[in-house]
Ligand binder design. Structure first.
Ligand code: SAM
Length: 253
């Protein structure tokens, strides 16, 4: 089968190296070059699957400068795949600027379906998944309080990406803005050896996490306003205190 699209967006595993599609591997083998957020990280993935391919760095610090050059290469007939360190490019990762530029230049773009952290977190949470809001990372400083005030009235399930060292601070602020009895779910180390899902009220989650040093990667899912889970109490599934490391160092297979 011939693939005519010239920029492929290729999702890569978020922890477990088995979480990559046959088609993603074929595209990575077939393209002329790979745009990689971190060539060392992607190099380990390629190495694991025996793929040798030219890689060009494409990350938040160079994407503004390199786009024109990439467009020129693609227009000359080269096919290209964009990958990030983990998950789907352009989801809280570089990609949006290049995709927009390709569309503007009438270069075809095709995103393969594949791993992303927020979908398993939403589904694991058990909260309403028919309608949801993906917020990615909250602003660290400017605009954070405004954002939280707006979201406090959101009735759909809310999803946030968070770093381990900010988890407790964010849970405390979510509790201040959304109410301490709002239900939430913290998904840690999805698809990795120490994967853990903790569900409870924001008060319970704060009490659970403030006594320990939190490690690993985290998605917070918060139930929408007026959607209270009946009779809940803190539940912890899986995990231990360890940090499973990132996917290139920690293959769950
Ligand atoms: N592009 C990625 C995606 O499609 O999900 C997101 C990249 S963003 C820079 C990294 C954040 O995604 C982490 O800080 C964490 O919030 C979330 N994340 C990525 N992998 C995860 C995992 N295995 N478990 C939990 N959260 C994860």
């Amino acid at each position: 089968m011939s693939e005519k699209t010239m920029l492929y967006i290729v999702p890569t595993p978020i922890g477990n190296l088995e979480d990559i599609t046959f088609r993603a591997l074929r595209i990575l083998k077939e393209v002329d070059f790979i745009l990689a957020e971190d060539t060392r990280t992607t190099g380990k993935l390629l190495n694991h699957y025996g793929i040798e391919k030219k890689m060009i760095p494409h990350h938040q610090f160079n994407e503004h400068k390199t786009i024109e050059n990439i467009l020129t290469r693609i227009k000359t007939g080269f096919t290209c795949a964009l990958v990030s360190d983990a998950g789907t490019p352009a989801i809280s990762d570089p990609g949006f600027l290049l995709i927009r530029a390709c569309i503007r230049e009438k270069i075809e773009v095709e995103c393969l379906p594949g791993p992303t952290a927020f979908v398993p977190a939403l589904v694991n949470s058990g909260f309403a998944s028919g309608h949801f809001v993906f917020e990615g990372f909250l602003p660290h400083k400017k605009g954070r309080h405004t954002r939280l005030s707006i979201l406090a009235n959101e009735e759909r399930t809310l999803i946030f990406y968070e770093s381990p060292h900010r988890l407790v601070k964010s849970l405390v602020q979510l509790s201040e803005y959304f109410g301490s009895d709002r239900f939430a779910c913290v998904c840690r180390e999805l698809t990795k050896i120490h994967e853990e899902t903790i569900r409870g009220t924001l008060t319970e989650l704060i009490a659970h996490f403030e006594t320990k040093s939190v490690k690993g990667e985290i998605v917070i899912v918060v139930e929408g306003k007026n959607k209270k889970t009946p009779g809940g109490t803190l539940t912890v599934v899986g995990g231990d205190d360890g940090d499973g490391g990132d996917w290139n160092g920690q293959n769950n297979v």
